[in-house]
Design a protein around this ligand. Structure first.
Ligand code: XMP
Length: 527
């Protein structure tokens, strides 16, 4: 495996994803971990180290320094951006501070036929030099090579854009091979981990199933496990995996708060109970939630009520399962990295939402988190390997408070019923409309799409009569990280069919609008 040391770049996670896509397991740890920790990792068999970028300057007195053992262990090291500068500084090269930031697309010329870049190129110059299309984001840069290093890459504005000491297995690049804009990035990272570090491609989800099952069995022995199933990807995959490992020692609790999508509860029960044979306790708490939400229109107050109620219902059911010793959760690797980063204050904290409000710690259960080391795309592949339906595993994200934040203002069962039907029509049309250019459905071409209920009435005509009914807004966005998002340019024909069907099929709605606001300044959800 590969050890990635994080110096606080926003894209460190991408390095790990690319390495894993190359079939090699890797973990991210803080850039200032102890020498002891690194020695343990070396004993455990890591084959190479990658140093990430950073938002800090290598000159900053608070800047994290790579522990010297990184360069003394006899392992190959790849420095990226700040990681390159840290390597240069360690070996006595020169790093120059600059307040001018180079940011964006660049064309890099490869030099010296290094093992990292030789034969990898996007195009060649007239005199036969390999050129790479890359993404740059840096202020400081290396201005003098350390002793023993040779030039590996350059651009006119960054004459030392890459360097290598091949005898010792040290490579460094100023650009970012992990971001998609660097076209040959996956090839470079694959070169590093396979050819330079000698890692085998042994990280894949079908094989991982066996390892994960063995680990769960070893952890829980013959004890019983409780899991809160939400119908979302993470808890579903966790449930399928744990069930594969320990069968009926797993009991799932599925709380229906009455704010789920159309037929969602039935689909969850069908998949888990009928198809997989998982023991699921289905609690229909619609009345209870609607009761608590009556008269409440503030979005944050609604979220708090739904979160608190959810924990209460869950705890009550959990309390009935006297033999449970474990609480399973679908925590995934980005959650682990983010909470570690926010504890040490290293990476800039990123907003995160959690599906299941607070953890019911009064239950005194041990935590079982079998997805802790997986990225979302790996969780999805694992789900498919476990036999979950791809439509479930590749579903758009759905917020924990569900339709509660998609019905503006006060939540009523009548509104939820209308919204569910309108939303289902929209999703069905998105799934059924194929974009001829990409061959993909508009559901797959959007990151999140849904209908929002507006509790205002407007006038319409239907046949000879006048109507005075509610409005729904359709929302469809494209985003890679949900922090920023663009509204999707859906085909007019798709919008036309959707609005026609909603108005004709959902009595009570006579007007449909399309939301053309980007995030920021709008958010994805309306509340
Ligand atoms: P916003 O509306 O903040 O949404 O642009 C970004 C992403 O977060 C989801 N979201 C939530 N998820 N509980 C959740 O579990 C919440 O309270 C919540 N609010 C927003 C939203 O669906 C989108 O994917």
């Amino acid at each position: 495996s590969i050890l990635i040391l994080d110096y606080g770049s926003q894209v460190t996670q991408l390095i790990a994803r690319r390495v894993r896509e190359a079939g090699v397991y890797c973990e991210i740890h803080a850039g200032d971990v102890s020498e002891d920790f690194i020695s343990q990792q070396i004993t455990a068999g890591i084959k190479g180290i990658i140093l990430s970028g950073s938002h800090a300057s290598a000159y900053d007195e608070h800047a994290l320094k790579a522990p010297p053992i990184v360069f003394e262990a006899g392992l190959p090291v790849l420095g990226i951006c700040y990681g390159m500068q840290a390597m240069a500084q360690h070996f006595g090269g020169k790093v120059s501070f600059s307040d001018h930031r180079e940011f964006g697309y660049a064309e890099v010329r490869a030099h010296g036929h290094t093992r990292l870049l030789d034969g990898i190129q996007d195009f060649a110059t007239a005199d036969g030099h390999g050129m790479l299309k890359v993404w740059m984001s840096h202020g400081d840069k290396v201005t003098e090579l350390p002793a023993g290093f040779k030039l590996m890459a350059s651009t006119p504005s960054c004459p030392i854009a890459g360097m290598a000491d091949e005898a010792r297995g040290f490579y460094a690049v100023q650009f970012h091979p992990e971001v998609t804009h660097t076209v040959q990035g996956p090839a470079m990272l694959s070169r590093f981990v396979h050819e330079i570090c000698g890692c085998a491609s042994d990280w894949n989800m079908p094989d991982y199933v066996e390892t994960a099952i063995a680990r769960i069995r070893e952890q829980v022995g013959d004890e019983e496990v409780l899991l809160g199933l939400s119908g979302g990807v993470d808890s579903s995959v966790a449930a399928a995996l744990i069930h594969r490992a320990i069968g009926d020692q797993l009991t799932c609790v599925f709380v229906d708060h009455g704010l789920l999508r159309l037929n969602e509860a039935e689909q969850v029960m069908q998949t888990f109970v009928q198809n997989l044979g998982v023991r699921v306790i289905h609690v229909d708490a619609t009345e209870q939630f609607m009761g608590k939400l009556a008269g409440v229109s503030d979005p944050e107050a609604k979220r708090k009520i739904i979160g608190k109620e959810f924990v209460e219902v869950f705890q009550e059911e959990a309390g009935k399962l006297r033999n449970a010793r474990w609480l399973a959760q679908g925590t995934i690797y980005p959650d682990v990295i983010e909470s570690a980063a926010s504890k040490t204050g290293k990476a800039v904290a990123i907003k995160s939402h959690h599906n299941v409000g607070g953890l019911p710690d009064t239950l005194n259960l041990k935590l079982l988190e079998p997805l802790r080391e997986l990225f979302k795309d790996e969780v999805r592949k694992l789900g498919v390997a476990l036999g979950l339906p791809p439509e479930m595993v590749y579903r758009h994200p759905f917020p924990g408070p569900g339709l509660g934040v998609r019905i503006l203002g006060e939540v009523k069962k009548e509104y939820a019923d209308l919204l569910r039907r309108a939303d289902a029509i929209f999703i069905e049309e998105l799934r059924n409309t194929i974009d001829p250019e990409t061959g993909k459905s508009w559901y797959d071409l959007t990151s999140q799409a849904f209908a929002v209920f507006l509790p205002v009435k407007s006038v319409g005509v239907m046949g000879d009569g006048r109507t005075y009914d509610y409005v729904v807004a359709l929302r469809a966005v494209q985003t890679s990280d949900f922090m920023t998002a663009d509204w999707a340019e859906l085909p007019y024909a798709l919008l036309k069919r959707t609005s026609g069907r909603i108005i004709n099929e959902v009595r009570g709605i006579n007007r449909v609008t399309y939301d053309v606001s980007s995030k920021p300044p709008a958010t994805i959800e309306w509340e």
